[in-house]
Design a protein around this ligand. Structure first.
Ligand code: ASP
Length: 341
């Protein structure tokens, strides 16, 4: 029988209404089968592990990413697949981070959550959880796991973890992955798009659980008071600045801004250019307004999501030697970006 490790971190999915108070509260995942009896019909062994205090995902950060990654790494051989129940708000960050921290992965890690608590009649949580488990247990004709990467399953769609973002606070279709197509679609059957699945070149799982979060991200906007942002770059520990730029990687040609970025790079800092647009890549030099970036050595982040850019930068600072960080940020490591020809 295939074995799945289900990790509950918190979030709406694990909530039910307290019959006395009417308030929503987290239920005890040790009693998972009582709340979702459908799970008994799977021919699977499901072990449940839960954060001691379930967290709203706004409270989840690098320490918790490490906790989840280390639980998976330690029990990697014992289980065939992993399902992580997580609040939707920051799910794309956690899932992206894990894709960098657990390279060499040959088993599925499927994140899911829900917009409505599992204890509510119209919940999307049951379908999300049941299908996420089915995906984590799926094998191909040779008995190998179909999915061998970190993914997010939500509302009939399976996304690559480091390609998706939360796009809706109220629709059941809460996630989207505009720059990479779905890995699978759940209908009457699960339809896999096998040519889109990531396969690692590494032989073994290589858990690298440290992160360095001295990363800044600035979203450019017309009228941005650059002088108010400048002091942050004076902290010597800041080594990577991510700029969320306009369109295909463009910015205003404000002198103070340009001098600031140039001085940061001259002092050894790295600047990564990603776009504010939901889809499409940065193409530095395509417009006059991005020539400057190209000239001073700003790194093009191609079509990275902000979540993937931030977690990749945190990973790079922890593990990649200084003189290789720029090349690392630019390269496609775990399917997170489409390299431009
Ligand atoms: N605020 C919740 C969280 O992200 C929302 C959810 O679970 O979807 O934890």
């Amino acid at each position: 029988m295939r074995k799945i490790l289900l990790i509950y971190t918190g979030g709406t999915i694990g909530m039910i209404t307290n019959a006395q108070t009417g308030a929503l509260e987290s239920f005890d995942f040790a009693h998972l089968y009582a709340h979702i009896p459908e799970l008994k019909r799977f021919e699977l062994e499901i072990e449940v592990r839960s954060f001691s205090t379930p967290l709203d995902s706004s409270e989840i950060g690098p320490v918790h990413w490490q906790q989840i990654a280390s639980w998976i790494a330690k029990s990697y051989e014992q289980f065939d697949g992993f399902v992580i129940l997580h609040g939707t708000d920051t799910m794309a960050y956690t899932a992206s981070a894990l894709s960098f921290m657990l390279q060499g992965l040959k088993k599925p890690i499927v994140f899911t959550g829900s917009q409505l608590p599992i204890g509510i009649i119209r919940t999307d949580g049951k379908e999300n959880l049941i299908t996420a488990i089915e995906i984590a247990a799926a094998t191909d004709e040779t008995g190998e796991p179909v999915l061998q990467e970190v993914a997010v399953y939500f509302e009939y769609a399976l996304f690559r973890a480091n390609r998706c973002s939360k796009v809706s606070a109220h629709q059941f279709e809460a996630f989207a992955s505009p720059n990479y197509p779905l890995l699978a679609k759940a209908g009457v059957q699960i339809e896999w798009f096998k040519e889109r699945l990531f396969r690692t070149q590494l032989i073994h799982l290589d858990p690298l659980l440290d992160l360095n979060s001295d990363v800044l991200i600035w979203r450019l906007y017309p009228g941005m008071p650059v002088h108010l942002y400048a002091p942050a770059l004076r902290f010597p520990t800041v080594q990577i600045l991510i700029l969320e730029t306009f369109g295909a990687g463009n910015a205003f040609s404000d002198k103070a801004f340009q001098e600031l970025i140039k001085a940061f790079i001259t002092a050894g800092g790295l600047v990564l250019n990603i776009t504010q647009c939901q889809s499409g890549p940065v193409r530095q030099g395509a417009y006059q307004t991005s020539m400057f970036f190209e000239r001073i050595g700003v790194i093009s982040g191609a079509d990275l999501t902000a979540e993937a850019a931030i977690t990749k930068a945190m990973f790079a600072l922890a593990y990649i030697p200084k003189n290789q960080q720029a090349a690392f940020l630019k390269a496609n490591i775990v399917g997170e970006l489409t390299a431009l020809p």
